[in-house]
Design a protein around this ligand. Structure first.
Ligand code: ZN
Length: 423
């Protein structure tokens, strides 16, 4: 394995930045802001709720072919994969690859009106639409880089895999990237992975905030509120469980949170409910904390159900049946941290130094959780420009200085292909 240091990274980035083809790629980006924002407006008009990304999958597959990516395929769950081959390697070589990815899905249900509005504002294009920043900025940035690298014939020491993936948001639970890591030809060959998510050129997510999500359901025989009185009540048991869970101590460090997000149940005010259900979200930077909370949840539900069943036993109606429960895991994102001396971070620092910018390291839950937890040099970063209102219908994106963000990613990506080839 090659020895890696900060100065090696800076030398590498400086020499890459001096290449004529890199200048040509930068020029392509500089000359095409209108193409990019028009594509972005086209993309956001296509609905992409979690588990409903098919129309976007098709659109992006067409774009991949149009810009000249090699071996474009769509996998069984809707991830679209294309290749930029290495300059001097045969197409069927099986060496290391660098992945550049962006998620296609949005948080918005299929019924959300999309109607993108494109305006000019302070010498920049402004696009207002749900999903315009998260993650149309990432997808369009990725497409722009792939096109610039291909057209400028940038020298690549290892292939770049371009991945437009499904299932990042919410209950998608990173299923797109998770599935990609089982790819029959690529598994084990991924040397580095750059995730593009949202706007900006001043931060990177290197700490993967883990999360565990559960759906708790308590069922019972139900009945008439008066004539079946004494039958154990699922809503009461669920409320007891959640109240006790809420008393679980939560450390500030490692940063750990608990949320009860939804609660449903019951038929009417004069019916003993047959069912009650709640969804719960735990987050932490520590997998041990997540495990501790998972145990606390199981204990709280089991205790509450036992208590309520025991109370019902002393009642003459108790032979009607008792409460049962299920705790179903509906989300599982691993917690992990990119090492401070990771080659991708050293390289990003070198790129920043070259461009005269600075990166703040952040904590987040992104597609990069999966590779970081696998020990692969990986981070999630913005694709340039500015944006706001993520996950709301008033979301917006501005392409002001998108160029700097794209240059930053381009240099990082090309430098990582060289690093990968040396491994
Ligand atoms: Zn996102």
């Amino acid at each position: 394995m090659a020895i890696f240091s900060r100065s090696t990274a800076f030398t590498r980035v400086t020499s890459i930045a001096a290449q004529r083809a890199i200048h040509a790629a930068f020029t392509w980006i500089h000359n095409n802001p209108k193409t990019l924002i028009d594509r972005q407006a086209e993309l956001v008009a296509i609905p992409a709720p979690p588990f409903g990304e098919q129309a976007r999958t098709q659109w992006i597959a067409e774009r991949f072919v149009e810009i000249g990516l090699a071996s474009v395929t769509t996998d069984t769950i809707g991830n679209v994969i294309g290749f930029i081959p290495a300059t001097h390697l045969p197409a069927d070589s099986t060496g290391p690859v660098v992945v550049l990815s962006a998620h296609l899905d949005t948080v918005f249900p299929a019924v959300t009106p999309l109607r993108p509005v494109l305006t000019r504002d302070n010498d920049a294009n402004r696009l207002a639409a749900p999903g315009s920043c998260d993650n149309a900025a990432g997808v369009i940035g990725m497409l722009a880089l792939a096109q610039a690298i291909t057209q400028a014939k940038v020298h690549l020491a290892s292939p770049i895999v371009i991945l437009a993936n499904v299932g990042e948001e919410g209950e998608g639970d990173l299923r797109g990237v998770r599935h990609f890591y089982n790819h029959p030809e690529l598994a084990g060959r991924i040397a580095a992975h750059i995730v593009l998510d949202g706007a900006g050129a001043d931060s990177a997510v290197t700490q993967a905030l883990g999360s565990l999500r559960f759906q708790v359901t308590i069922n019972g025989p139900g009945g008439h509120s008066f004539t079946d009185a004494g039958t154990p009540n699922p809503i009461v048991a669920l409320a007891t469980a959640l109240a006790n869970l809420g008393l679980t101590p939560m450390p500030e460090k490692p940063s750990t949170t608990l949320n009860v997000g939804t609660i449903h149940g019951g038929t009417s005010v004069n019916s003993i409910p047959e069912s009650a259900t709640a969804s719960i979200d735990f987050r932490s930077t520590s997998s041990e904390e997540l495990l501790r909370l998972e145990v606390a949840l199981h204990r709280a539900v089991e205790d509450a159900v036992d208590q309520n069943n025991a109370a019902a036993k002393y009642n003459r109606k108790s032979n009607r049946g008792l409460l049962t429960y299920t705790v179903k895991k509906i989300g599982d994102r691993p917690a992990a941290q990119l090492p401070a001396d990771s080659p991708i971070l050293e390289t990003l620092r070198a790129v920043d130094r070259h461009l005269g910018i600075q990166t703040d390291l952040r904590l987040g839950s992104t597609d990069a959780n999966i590779p970081i937890a696998l020990g692969i040099p990986s981070l999630s970063m913005g694709a340039g420009g500015d944006g706001g209102g993520a996950h709301t219908v008033s979301e917006w994106y501005s392409d002001k200085d998108r160029e700097t963000g794209l240059r930053r990613i381009l240099l990082l990506c090309v430098a990582m292909t060289e690093w990968a080839a040396e491994q």
